[in-house]
Design a protein around this ligand. Structure first.
Ligand code: SF4
Length: 380
C-alpha cells in the first residue's frame, strides 16, 4: 500500500477533551522541534540527505555493496549539493510530507528543465543507489526514486538489491543507465529477471549465489555500516521487523551526539542504547508522530512531557512518562511474541557472517558481538 486517501466531508473532526491544555502543550512541543539543531535546522535545509557527508566522514557510509565505508563521489550526491541543485532549478528545498509538519524535511526535486521529478528524496535512497552502487549522478538517482514510487517498490530494499546485483554481475557498479533500464523494462514489466530483482536483496543473493548479502530477516540493511556504527548493528539484528534503522536510531547518539554520545566503534553501551531507543520509538510510533521528533525529545527536557500532555489533553487521561516507557516495552514484547509464534528465534537476530569475517575501511572495524551479547537485548 502506498497511501490511503480519506474523504473527510461531513466528518465531525477530532474532539479534544481539554483544548486549552492541548494548545499550551502543542506550543511548547513545537518550540522544541524548531529550536533543536537537527529538526529545526539540518533537516529543513538539507533533508535527511544531510547525512551523506556526515556518514562518509565517520567512515560508516556503506559503499560498493558494503565493502568499504567511504565513497569517493560523496560530494556529488550530498545534501549540500542536493540543496543547491534544487534551489537553482526552482524546486523546493523544504516541504512537509503532510500539512501539519513543522520540521519539513521533504523537498521537491526538479530536473534540469525545472520539471518535477520526485519529492521526499531521502538519504537512505540516495546512499543506496549512490554510494552502495557507486553511482554519483543525483539526477539519475532522483529518476530512479520516482520510478520506484510508481512501480510500488521500496527504495531502500531496491537500492540494497542493486548493490548485490552489481556484485553478482547482472550490471556493473556505477552503471546508472542500466539501473534505470532494469527498473523500467525488467522490474516494471515483471519479466523473470525483474521478478527476481523486485523480490529484493535476499532474492538476488539466493538466485545468483552471492554471499555478501546485507539483510537481516531477509530485509535489506540500510545506510549505516554496523561494523563502524555498532549501535545500529544491534538494532538491525534485534528489530522485530528486520534491518530497520528507524526502529532504534542509534545514529542520533553514535554519530550526531544527540541524547549524549556512545562511541560508535566500541561495543560498550550499544545494547542498552539500542534497547532504550527501540522502546521509546515503539511508543512514539504508536502516537502517529514522525520519528524525527525524537531528536528534540532526546535533548530538550520539555519536549517529551509536552507530547504526553498533548495526548492527555486530547483524551482526558493522565499518562505518565513511565506509562509511555511501559507502552513501548509492551509493544516490543508483543511483536517478538508474534515473531516467535511465526517461527523466528534468536538465531534470526544475527547479522550476515561477512560482517564478522571482513573488516571495513577506514577504521578496520569488524562486527564483534557474541550471540549472548546480542541476546541480552531482550532482557527487559
Ligand atoms: S512529517 Fe517527518 S518525514 Fe514528513 S516532512 Fe515532516 S519531518 Fe519529514
Amino acid at each position: 500500500i502506498k497511501f490511503i486517501s480519506i474523504d473527510d466531508k461531513n466528518a465531525p473532526g477530532v474532539k479534544i477533551a481539554d483544548p486549552e491544555k492541548f494548545k499550551l502543550a502543542a506550543r511548547t512541543f513545537a518550540k522544541a522541534l524548531l529550536e533543536h539543531p537537527v529538526s529545526g535546522e539540518g533537516l529543513p535545509t538539507y533533508g535527511t540527505n544531510v547525512l551523506v557527508n556526515i556518514l562518509n566522514e565517520a567512515g560508516g557510509l556503506p559503499t560498493r555493496n558494503f565493502t568499504t565505508g567511504q565513497f569517493e563521489g560523496h560530494d556529488k550526491i550530498s545534501g549540500e549539493t542536493m540543496h543547491d541543485t534544487i534551489a537553482a532549478r526552482g524546486g523546493k528545498v523544504k516541504h512537509g510530507c503532510h500539512a501539519g509538519c513543522i520540521i519539513q524535511c521533504s523537498q521537491v526535486y526538479n530536473d534540469k528543465d525545472g520539471k518535477y521529478v520526485t519529492s521526499g528524496f531521502e538519504y537512505e535512497t540516495i546512499w543506496g543507489l549512490g554510494a552502495d552502487c557507486c553511482i554519483d549522478n543525483l539526477d539519475d538517482i532522483a529518476l530512479a526514486d520516482s520510478m520506484m514510487d510508481d512501480i510500488g517498490i521500496d527504495s531502500i530494499e531496491t537500492a540494497v538489491m542493486f548493490g548485490v546485483a552489481m556484485e553478482a554481475g547482472i550490471l556493473p557498479f556505477g552503471d546508472s543507465k542500466e539501473m534505470l533500464r532494469i527498473l523500467k523494462e525488467e522490474i516494471g514489466k515483471g519479466t523473470p529477471l525483474g521478478r527476481i530483482m523486485g523480490g529484493g536483496a535476499g532474492s538476488v543473493g539466493r538466485a545468483y549465489g552471492v554471499t555478501r548479502v546485507p539483510v537481516v530477516k531477509n530485509q535489506g540493511i540500510p545506510a549505516y555500516d554496523p561494523r563502524s556504527v555498532k549501535g545500529i548493528g544491534i538494532t538491525y539484528a534485534t528489530s522485530t521487523m528486520g534491518a530497520d534503522h528507524t526502529a532504534g536510531y542509534t545514529i542520533a547518539t553514535n554519530i550526531l551526539n544527540v541524547g549524549g554520545f556512545v562511541d560508535p566503534l566500541k561495543k560498550d553501551g550499544q545494547v542498552e542504547l539500542s534497547r532504550n531507543l527501540q522502546i521509546a520509538t515503539a511508543a512514539i510510533d504508536s502516537t502517529g508522530m514522525c520519528i524525527f521528533i525524537a531528536f528534540p525529545a532526546l535533548d530538550i527536557p520539555e519536549c517529551l512531557p509536552a507530547l504526553i500532555d498533548m495526548i492527555n489533553a486530547r483524551f482526558g487521561i493522565a499518562l505518565t512518562g513511565d506509562d509511555v516507557t511501559n507502552l513501548g516495552k509492551h509493544i516490543l514484547k508483543l511483536e517478538r511474541k508474534f515473531n516467535i509464534e511465526a517461527g523466528f528465534n534468536s538465531s534470526h537476530d544475527r547479522l550476515p557472517d561477512f560482517f564478522k569475517n571482513e573488516t571495513v575501511a577506514p577504521h578496520n572495524a569488524i562486527w564483534d558481538f557474541t550471540d549472548a551479547e546480542i541476546d541480552e537485548f531482550w532482557n527487559f
